[in-house]
Ligand binder design. Structure first.
Ligand SMILES: [Zn+2]
Length: 322
């Protein structure tokens, strides 16, 4: 994996636990998005499956590493949100449980990955619970969660929780500066602030002409909030960069939420206010919808109509008042 300074201590601890036989059978990597938890999970599962002598990194050359990187390792089972679904259904978890009970075919370990774990529906979580209580021998299950508070407490308490937190601002800033040296420092610091301190989320906002798209999205949100028709506010770039458009909608809405709660709002241009001060709870609804739109766009599902619908509902919130 790439070198993320804020994850190094986690990698060292995980490697030590694995090599000394103390790594629990169900590590739960949790924390806000944009910190590299998925890559940390990929690194850990590669480390668990690798057949070479233990080292800090997986060797990348053994049969297990080759099969894993080509996506065909027979002892690795991944569970995510299936296409055309909005949650992880019980069938996916049952298939995973069955896979973990088979005899390993390459090395002596079997492994499952669930991401995002908070998207398991109730039946799926219940099915998983039994496996967490009675884990199969030599089987590991890695869970990745961006919103662990949405996982049942019974699941969380049976996992070994590893919480990834945003690095201190100077560390995050130094890393961003090393990657985005051409961007003015003020833009980097705004991106970091909008991303709630998560460096990879800030990087996504800065990439290419991301900040330009961000300003367009903010202008559209303000125009529609002031009564402009939705059709006049959107641009062609939104359709060509839908994931980031949704990201920006979510980021700006989150910044307005922080402002509504009287928290730091240096993510927003100085003095910027919404035409009507909506309560944080109302803004939170729009924020959830934007995150949902992003998840659909990531999986290339139909979201073009949803973008218009989101803005329409955003505008309606301001017409109907707080
Ligand atoms: Zn290897």
């Amino acid at each position: 994996m790439r070198n993320y300074p804020w994850l190094q201590a986690h990698q060292q601890r995980l490697a030590l636990a694995l090599d000394s036989g103390r790594l629990g059978h169900a590590p739960l990597l949790s924390g806000p998005p944009g910190l590299g938890k998925r890559e940390l999970a990929e690194w850990l599962l590669a480390r668990i499956l690798c057949l070479a002598e233990p080292g800090q990194a997986p060797c990348g050359q053994c049969r297990a590493c080759e099969l894993r990187s080509s996506g065909t390792h027979p002892d690795l089972f991944r569970v995510g949100i299936p296409e055309e679904k909005s949650e992880i259904p019980v069938d996916s978890v049952r298939d995973l449980i069955a896979s973990l009970q088979l005899t390993p075919s390459i090395g002596h370990r079997r492994l499952g990955l669930i991401e995002p774990a908070e998207s398991m529906n109730r039946n799926a979580a219940n099915a998983l619970l039994k496996t967490l209580e009675e884990p199969a021998a030599n089987a590991w299950l890695i869970l990745v969660s961006h919103r662990p508070e949405r996982l049942p407490a019974t699941i969380r308490s049976r996992c070994q929780q590893l919480t990834v937190r945003p690095p201190e601002p100077p560390e995050a800033d130094a890393w961003l500066a090393s990657q985005y040296s051409k961007h003015p420092p003020a833009e980097r610091s705004r991106a970091l602030s909008l991303a709630a301190g998560a460096p990879l989320a800030a990087a996504e906002l800065l990439d290419g002409d991301g900040m330009h798209l961000g300003r367009q999205v903010l202008d559209a949100m303000l125009a529609v909030a002031s009564g402009a028709p939705v059709s006049s506010a959107t641009s062609a770039q939104w359709q060509s960069d839908p994931v980031r458009t949704w990201t920006w909608l979510a980021c700006w809405t989150a910044a307005f939420m922080r402002q509504a709660h009287g928290l730091d709002s240096d993510a927003l241009p100085a003095g910027l206010q919404l035409p009507v001060a909506l309560p944080g709870s109302r803004l939170a609804g729009h924020w959830e919808q934007a995150l949902q739109g992003r998840r659909l766009a990531e999986r290339a599902l139909r979201h073009d109509l949803l973008l218009g619908k989101w803005l329409l509902e955003w505008g309606q919130s301001f017409q109907s008042g707080p």
